[in-house]
Write a protein that binds this ligand. Structure first.
Ligand SMILES: Nc1ncnc2c1ncn2[C@@H]1O[C@H](COP(=O)(O)OP(=O)(O)OP(=O)(O)O)[C@@H](O)[C@H]1O
Length: 775
């Protein structure tokens, strides 16, 4: 083995030297391009013949400017390309490869040693790949296969052969530190080492330790929708991110990062994953949250409730007398049944027509809703509904122009003209003088009056044009309530109450979160769907929190896109989604492929063995073998003792130098209260909104903002008896516990909730905390 290690060290040194030479070459190349660029900029006008005397001269001038600009652009593009190559080389210099497979293809006499790294490195003179990009087809064998007969799919078809050996390498600052031969997939030791390095506030890449089941998801190129149901910590987000990098590499001729979009659960999460693609040498993709998308579309006109406010209500407003009704409203409106009923309703709109709003100008009706209805109804009903709406908009805009022309004679114009300030009048004079500078006869004052009147009328009419262009002449709240009042909902108990409540919200221009997607859908159905055909791939993370209605909507909005949808039903946090309902709906998508991940990598074995017992079917989760301490349940005799115990633990973590510590609460209100008390003693951050960022250290946050993230240590702030009661609060508790990588502490006053009480006692330690002496 020593002999082989020496040989590998020599090769590593050779590769290192090769990279250095290449770096030097690129450095001088980029300097040359920059020098060219500078010279081009300095001499730009020397090489352009500027002559505007005749049309031909002008055309020639423009063409020569264009030519120069193109030259400059070309230099800038080459400089950018070289810089990208230099960046890749810098990464390779640090750790050139992490794996090697020896493959003998059928029909070939030679054994090829394939070294695998973050990017490929080629010796162009020898036509030799010194390093293969991990995304190259042959590298699939590294992740999937054990030594023996193997095959992989190459662009030209299936390749068969024998895998003779698999080796892993550890580099530190460019130096080969260790290597291991392995017969199984990717050695557990390497993975354990990666996980033991602990949590960080930016997600890490996993390319050197991708597991077989993960590799299948990353490399799938056939499915129109790849759906991954995976337990907590099974690598769903990691897979989604490496898959994006994989697709960008494999389809690089016709796919770039701007055509990829990721729907993430919140902005904290967006920032957590934002470094993965750049680290893999790719541009970042666009990231959105569903809430931000809805806000973009409806937020200008309506007060749109966000998902987190809805959740806070669901978790904390049980005393509200409308609570049961609201919860029912959330579930029903998110369901596939509700969408189907809305589709049926929309299909009839071309006959039943639409409700309109009066167009008001200075508090008076300029065009009445009856006039609109009259125009709309006399249009041929065979014309699609959205086209008729557009025809009505055109007609309204024409009427507005006509009315605008007559408006300057009205008294208000005269009155407002008197109020125009000096500066505006001065500019009007100047404009007029410019316009009429060659004319002899010119009554300037009269002309200014005229211009001022036109200016005032135009300004006053502009909002009317915008109103029409944004289709506000359709009374959307009324249309939505017509749908609520239609008798298709008769099988829903007490639906009249839901309809009354929704109408009263809409009357105040408020849209409850559960109504946002249906409302948008109905609005788009009459105004025309604003689909985005440029997006080629949509990634949806934490998909368990999407209702089937939301999935259906997104699918329609991105008609040219394939989908990668990852989630875990056991982490369903949102009350509007019936657990598993959204996922079930996905199975009917044409061309979809479903994969399940059962192995959980994030937490140590004792932590995951405990957390899975919180679920109805713990057996489906397979914890990864990694040693650690069992969770500690601390039951305090009263709230003072409870607080003291939490404080003591945070202090202990700080002394131990643990970098990421999260105090996880059920709601934001609880987080604010906890933070108020803890911050008297510790330097601790509060994350109460999804636009806040988190650096290292201790943080208090509600579970729905912690979802998707991970921490070295997690303290479940309060898991007392009355805190986690219902079935879906059970999933909140599970989500909170599964954020921990290495240490988990659960606090309760008097008694823990029954979800914890039913966990077998050998899976955790228990400690009592009594009233502390006064500080
Ligand atoms: N193959 C792997 N190699 C190294 N680390 C991995 C691998 N798979 C997962 N991990 C690590 O496990 C942790 C959990 O991964 P990730 O966040 O992708 O899981 P998830 O399924 O999205 O989790 P959750 O649903 O609980 O948020 C991360 O630290 C990730 O780096």
């Amino acid at each position: 083995m020593q002999e082989q290690l020496d040989w590998e060290r020599q090769r590593a040194a050779y590769i290192h030297a090769f990279i250095r030479t290449k770096q030097a070459l690129l450095k001088s190349k980029v300097e040359g391009v920059h020098a060219d660029e500078r010279e081009l900029k300095e001499t730009f006008w020397n090489d352009v013949t500027v002559n505007f005397s005749t049309a031909d001269d002008t055309a020639e001038t423009i063409s020569s400017i264009k030519q120069q600009a193109e030259l400059l652009n070309e230099r800038e593009r080459s400089a950018a390309l070289i810089k990208k190559q230099m960046k890749t080389l810098r990464r390779l210099a640090e750790s050139p490869y992490f794996g090697r497979i020896d493959v003998k293809e059928d029909g070939q006499s030679e054994i090829e040693a394939v070294y695998i790294g973050i990017a490929s490195l080629m010796d162009e003179q020898e036509f030799d790949f010194l390093i293969y990009d991990w995304r190259a087809p042959i590298c699939s064998l590294y992740y999937d296969s054990e030594p023996g007969q193997v095959s992989y799919t190459a662009p030209a078809g299936e390749v068969h052969g024998e895998l003779l050996q698999k080796r892993q390498y550890l580099f530190h600052r460019g130096e080969l530190e260790a290597m291991f031969d392995t017969t199984i997939a990717i050695g557990d030791d390497r993975l354990r080492a990666a996980l033991a390095a602990g949590a960080s506030t930016q997600m890490k890449t996993i390319i050197s330790t991708i597991q077989k089941e993960q590799n299948e998801a990353i490399r799938d190129e056939k499915s129109a929708a790849l759906i991954v149901q995976g337990v907590a910590g099974s690598g769903k987000t990691s897979v989604a991110m490496q898959r994006a990098a994989y697709l960008l590499y494999r389809q690089r001729k016709h796919l770039d990062a701007s055509q990829l979009i990721l729907f993430s659960p919140n902005r904290l999460f967006s920032s957590y994953v934002s470094t993965v693609l750049p680290e893999l040498g790719e541009e970042n993709m666009t990231q959105k949250t569903f809430g931000s998308y809805v806000y973009e579309r409806l937020g200008k006109v309506y007060d749109v409730e966000d998902g987190f406010s809805q959740l806070e209500y669901a978790l904390g407003a049980q005393h509200d007398k409308a609570y049961a009704m609201r919860m029912m409203s959330m579930r029903y409106k998110a369901s596939a049944r509700y969408k189907q009923r809305m589709d049926d309703y929309i299909a009839l709109l071309h006959v039943s027509g639409l409700p309109f709003c009066d167009l008001l100008f200075r508090k008076e009706v300029l065009i009445s809703k009856e006039e609109m209805k009259h125009f709309f109804d006399q249009l041929n009903k065979k014309i699609p509904l959205t086209n008729r709406v557009h025809l009505l908009a055109e007609w309204l805009l024409k009427l507005i122009i006509q009315k605008e022309k007559r408006e300057h004679l009205n008294d208000w114009v005269e009155a407002e003209r008197e109020l125009l300030d000096e500066e505006t009048l001065f500019y009007m004079h100047r404009e007029l003088q410019k316009q009429y500078s060659n004319e002899d006869v010119f009554n300037e004052n009269e002309a200014v009056d005229h211009v001022a009147a036109r200016h005032l009328v135009k300004k006053a009419f502009q909002p009317l044009r915008n109103w029409v262009k944004s289709f506000q002449f359709i009374h959307m709240p009324l249309l939505y309530s017509h749908f609520l009042r239609s008798d298709v909902h008769r099988d829903i108990t007490d639906f009249a109450m839901i309809a009354d409540w929704t109408e009263s919200e809409l009357a105040e221009k408020r849209i409850p979160f559960e109504d946002t997607t249906p409302f948008l859908y109905l609005q788009d159905a009459v105004q025309g769907f604003r689909v985005d055909r440029t997006v080629k791939h949509v990634f949806i993370d934490e998909a368990q929190d999407y209702a089937s209605f939301q999935f259906a909507y997104l699918r329609m909005m991105y008609p040219k896109a394939n989908f990668t949808i990852v989630g875990d039903s056991s982490q369903a946090l949102f009350p509007h989604v019936e657990v598993g309902e959204g996922f079930q709906a996905l199975s009917s998508w044409a061309g979809s492929k479903q994969l399940s991940f059962h192995k959980s990598y994030r937490a140590t074995k004792p932590l995951m063995s405990f957390a899975r017992e919180l679920l109805p079917h713990p057996e489906v989760i397979e914890p990864f073998e990694r040693v650690g301490e069992t969770p500690l349940l601390i039951v305090a005799s009263n709230s003072d003792a409870h607080m003291k115990a939490v404080r003591t633990q945070i202090e202990a973590f700080s002394t131990q130098g643990i970098k990421t510590v999260a105090v996880v609460t059920k709601t934001v209100a609880e987080a604010v209260r906890a933070h108020a008390q803890l911050s008297e003693w510790h330097d601790i951050q509060l994350v109460a909104r999804d636009d806040q960022t988190y650096q290292n250290g201790a943080v208090v946050l509600p579970v729905y903002l912690a979802k998707g993230l991970e921490f070295d240590a997690v303290l479940v702030f309060d898991a007392s008896k009355e805190m986690y009661v219902s079935e879906y609060e059970r999933y909140h508790l599970y989500t909170a516990c599964t954020r921990a990588m290495n240490q988990l502490f659960i606090f309760a006053t008097v008694a823990p909730c029954h979800w914890i009480a039913k966990v077998p006692s050998h899976l955790y330690r228990r400690k009592e905390a009594t009233t502390p002496p006064l500080d």
